[in-house]
Design a protein around this ligand. Structure first.
Ligand code: C2E
Ligand code: MG
Ligand code: MG
Ligand code: MG
Length: 274
């Protein structure tokens, strides 16, 4: 039931995003040139060890810096890019941009850089080598590249094989929005995964004695049982952080710690640098 509520909320968000999109019909004609002109920028959101407050990594989140409309968020433009088959191009820009922004950063302790990968990215073979060499370069400076993928991507055997290969070459694999998709427990056991990111909608219900909390508790118990690391998404309130910490979920991402921001505005990051 909780999973149904979560997917309902997700579809509602998509409906709202599409409404907004229709009022922005103009962007349909503009996405191709936006890719060509590289009008996309990255914000980074901190990932924090909530026991100590230490920053352990960031997630890169793309925005379209439209010349007239200003900042446009991914829920609005990603469906359009998908329609035009441009998500692979966008992903390449994002990887390139993220690597460029961290080009003169060196970390003394392992620092995680999570990037979101769209469903069809791994269906073409030509991207693997580039990603592997990028990941090696980053790793030499203490930066661990992570692939944020969704449960759905593991259902495709070719994608799953490509993701498994990349992991063997040293990239981390994170399952994004975990709990809202269709993973079977058998698949979780048979797929090499480093982290599950607990979807925000489960975190949202903490403290509001809703039906969702037993599902959250079950996800946590299962992950611990399978020795999977967890990251809680969308942590906004201290009470949520405390609930998660009491259950040994120590890695948090959310507005409580930081909203996604341009790299130069994340002053907390400088501490971990060599
Ligand atoms: P996601 O990967 O699950 O990213 C987390 C989203 O939750 C981000 O929204 C982030 O700003 C938001 N968020 C984080 N903490 C909180 C919180 O405490 N409260 C609330 N209300 N929201 C929080 P954003 O940046 O709008 O991105 C939305 C989605 O768009 C992402 O979800 C991801 O699926 C997709 N996306 C973003 N950047 C990229 C990208 O470079 N490539 C691809 N393929 N997808 C991307
Ligand atoms: Mg993500
Ligand atoms: Mg997520
Ligand atoms: Mg999400």
């Amino acid at each position: 039931f909780a999973a149904i509520v979560c997917s309902l909320i997700t579809s509602l968000a998509i409906v709202i995003a599409r409404r907004f999109l229709f009022s922005h019909r103009g962007i349909h004609g503009e996405v191709k040139s936006a890719i060509k002109r590289k009008e996309f920028i990255l914000h980074f959101q901190l990932q924090v060890d909530a026991r100590t407050g230490k920053v352990v990594g960031v997630e890169a989140l793309v925005r379209w810096l439209h010349p007239e409309r200003g900042l446009i968020y991914p829920d609005v433009f990603i469906p359009v890019l998908e329609e035009f088959g441009l998500m692979t191009e966008l992903t390449e820009l994002v990887v390139e941009q993220a690597a460029a922004e961290f080009a003169d950063w060196t970390f003394t302790e392992r620092f995680h850089l999570g990037i979101n990968f769209p469903p069809d990215y791994f269906l073409s073979d030509k991207h693997g080598q580039g990603l592997i060499s990028q990941a090696k370069l980053l790793k030499s400076r203490g930066i661990q590249l992570g692939l944020e993928i969704t449960e759905r991507q593991l259902l495709d055997q070719r994608a799953k094989a490509a993701i498994t290969d990349l992991r063997e070459f040293g990239l981390e694999v994170l399952i994004d929005d975990f709990g809202t998709g269709q993973t079977s427990l058998a698949m979780l056991e048979s797929t090499p995964i480093d982290y599950l990111k607990i979807d925000k909608c489960f975190v949202d219900t903490i403290g509001s004695d809703s039906v969702n909390t037993p599902v959250l508790d079950a996800i946590i118990a299962m992950a611990h049982g399978l020795n999977l690391n967890l990251i809680a998404e969308g942590v906004e309130h201290r009470s949520q952080a405390e609930y998660l910490l009491a259950r040994d979920v120590t890695l948090h991402q959310g507005y409580l710690y930081s909203k996604p921001k341009p790299l130069e505005q994340l002053s907390q990051l400088r501490q971990g640098q060599a």
